[in-house]
Write a protein that binds this ligand. Structure first.
Ligand code: BT5
Length: 277
């Protein structure tokens, strides 16, 4: 029997064998425990939101071998067959709400370092949430935050949750992925996905702790050498604007800095970065 959420939402069945295997790799970490591992879920984000609404602690990790309704930003789909790594992490940041978007770059940095550690590949970070290898998309990051308030919760309500979702193509068949995607295998790298997950949790824990204690400055410094398209002409599209300029840097708040034709430096809060050729 699947457990029932109090509100009547049915949670997916956990995969205890997969969970036991992963736990071995996550010993001693705060990020990654408690662990909820599944064979198939609609989206690890939904499982994580459900757990967060039930007061799951910071560090709780949801992992699945595949997703049937994986999602990206703005309602876009994340194609999630077997062969990828799909996870959502519950955080309860002790920093201001305005800094939450920085977690996308914190997670991007941790993911890039973990991939490099386990494979030797050096992924670049396409602001604000993609990892690229040879210009193709290897991984994507999705940050969603909600404050779970209900009249029942009272003063013991935990800090608002932020869910950080990460999808990485490990051995995923390129034929089922959108154009412009790549997997570790297709880039010529092989690695044990459990080892990759453990490396990712270690890096996430280290960078998240740094961010919690010192803010965005150290993240910004570490990001510089990994930021894709620096010095190159790009356009940045969002619902409201379309800007063209030379991608220059990320500022002290995590915004993208574009040098416009006029010479002015413009800070961008959100959007899609596309290289102009
Ligand atoms: C993202 O969105 O890149 C965030 C992806 C987050 C996925 C993780 S998996 C675990 C957790 N559970 C979820 O349900 N989601 C998170 P965005 O920047 O909006 O990019 C989406 C676009 O990436 C799509 O429109 C496609 O063009 C492309 N795409 C989709 N699936 C892909 C894949 N597997 N590999 C590379 N690109 C993909």
């Amino acid at each position: 029997m699947s457990p029932e959420h109090p509100a009547g939402v049915r949670m997916a069945e956990r995969d205890s064998a997969f969970e036991a295997q992963l736990i071995q790799h996550l010993k001693g970490l705060r990020i990654g425990i408690p662990l909820h591992a599944f064979a198939t879920v609609p989206s690890t984000m939904d499982e994580a939101h459900l757990l967060a609404s039930q007061s799951a602690p910071e560090g709780t990790l949801v992992v699945a071998t595949q997703q049937t309704q994986g999602r990206g930003r703005l309602g876009r789909a994340w194609v999630s067959p077997a062969g990828g790594l799909y996870l959502s992490l519950i955080l309860r940041p002790r920093r201001s709400l305005g800094e939450t978007p920085q977690l996308s770059l914190v997670a991007g940095l941790a993911t890039a370092e973990a991939v490099q550690e386990r494979t030797g590949l050096v992924p670049m970070i396409r602001w604000p949430n993609d990892l690229l290898v040879n210009g193709a998309k290897l991984a994507g990051i999705l940050v969603e935050s909600y404050s779970y308030t209900s009249p029942d919760h009272g003063p013991s309500l935990p800090a608002p949750a932020v869910i950080v979702g990460i999808g990485i193509n490990v051995t995923t068949d390129l034929r089922v992925l959108p154009e412009g995607a790549v997997s570790l295998a297709a880039a010529g790298a092989s690695c044990d996905p459990n080892e990759l997950l453990a490396a990712l949790c270690r890096r996430l824990e280290a960078w998240y702790d740094t961010w919690t204690s010192h803010g965005f400055d150290p993240i910004r410094a570490a990001l510089r050498s990994r930021l894709a398209f620096v010095g190159q002409p790009v356009h940045v599209r969002s619902a409201a604007t379309r800007l063209e300029g030379i991608l220059s840097d990320v500022d002290e708040r995590g915004r993208l800095l574009l040098r416009l034709d006029s010479g002015l430096l413009r800070a961008v809060e959100m959007g899609e970065v596309v290289l102009l050729r």
